[in-house]
Ligand binder design. Structure first.
Ligand SMILES: Nc1nc2c(ncn2[C@@H]2O[C@H](COP(=O)(O)OP(=O)(O)O)[C@@H](O)[C@H]2O)c(=O)[nH]1
Ligand SMILES: [Mg+2]
Ligand SMILES: [Zn+2]
Length: 281
């Protein structure tokens, strides 16, 4: 018996990578209940069939991927950035024990705007700026470690990132993998691309929107997911303060003094209201 990582799933057919980086296709038996998903570490028996699934570190439903280590949240000057989505994805990562990295793409289009975005977010998470059209895209490759996924709005450049990173890899891809890649590819199937030892990357078009209900948190705990609030919140008059009205709220004071990003704060208020509505259903 040996271990493998599931790179791709099509019905009950799986592409699996062994610990010594060999890739093959196989099926699974008797695992209907727990299911087998992309990102799963599985046990392979002597007939080379999947016979067990290891405990998952995390699991996301749309698209179904297990054991995600890092999420690259991609944003760009064009299309118009959806910062609320960025904030939701960051929270989603924290809740699911995924490391978020903000990837600001298309620096060739508007360097000033890219830097402005970086200035807001570098206080909160790791940020990188690059263009998929030149060598700076390698910055993202350096960050790939374990199972990584690309997330973000449509047209920010997620597929372009995969393509430009894969291009350098294609020379090394053996005929078997080439065959796998030529297979039917619908945008809905998730696939982990191998970009080196223990470096897997998937494009997750399904993350272009993120329903609030998927965050699994209450509006009253939302404030805990804003690290920049923590420096000020001990000075709020009430320890239960959710920073929504000016009655001696140190967070609101900090927003007024430009010590907390107004953009992040305004989206906090929006998200608070959205989460309140989630509960009704
Ligand atoms: N100017 C510029 N355009 C880019 C860059 N990266 C991607 N694009 C373009 O952005 C558009 C959307 O890219 P795509 O990869 O399909 O985005 P996705 O929907 O997130 O997968 C395409 O026309 C790409 O050529 C970049 O670094 N600079
Ligand atoms: Mg795409
Ligand atoms: Zn407050």
């Amino acid at each position: 018996m040996f271990r493998g990582l599931v790179l791709k799933k099509q019905a009950n057919f799986f592409t699996v990578k062994t610990e010594d980086e060999k890739i093959f296709q196989t099926t699974a038996r008797n695992l209907k209940k727990e299911g087998v998903f992309v990102g799963d570490w599985v046990q392979i028996d002597e007939e080379l069939v999947i016979c067990g699934v290891e405990k998952r570190k995390n699991f996301i439903i749309r698209p179904p991927v297990s054991n995600i280590d890092k999420m690259f949240i991609v944003i760009a000057p064009i299309p118009k950035p959806d910062f609320l989505l960025v904030d939701k994805l960051i929270i989603f990562c924290v809740v699911n024990k995924i490391k978020p990295i903000l990837c600001i793409n298309k620096i060739d289009l508007d360097e000033k705007m890219c830097k402005e975005i970086q200035n807001i977010y570098k206080k909160i998470i790791k940020t990188i700026i690059f263009s998929t059209f030149d060598d700076s895209v390698k910055k993202i490759k350096q960050e790939i470690q374990g199972v990584c996924v690309l997330a973000g709005q449509s047209a920010v450049g997620k597929s372009s990132i995969i393509n430009s990173l894969m291009e350098k890899q294609i020379a090394k891809v053996d005929t078997f993998s080439k065959k796998v890649q030529r297979g039917k590819q619908t945008t809905r199937t998730v696939e982990l691309f191998n970009l080196g030892k223990n470096k897997e990357l998937a494009d997750t078009a399904g993350f272009s929107k993120l329903d609030e209900s998927l965050l699994g948190i209450d509006e009253r705990e939302l404030k805990n997911y804003y690290p920049e609030f923590l420096k000020f919140s001990p000075n709020c008059k009430y320890s239960t303060c959710v920073h929504r009205n000016g009655d001696k709220c140190a967070v609101i004071e900090a927003v007024k003094n430009n010590e907390i990003s107004e953009l992040r704060y305004k989206n906090y208020l929006k998200l608070y209201d959205n989460l309140k509505n989630v509960k009704k259903y």
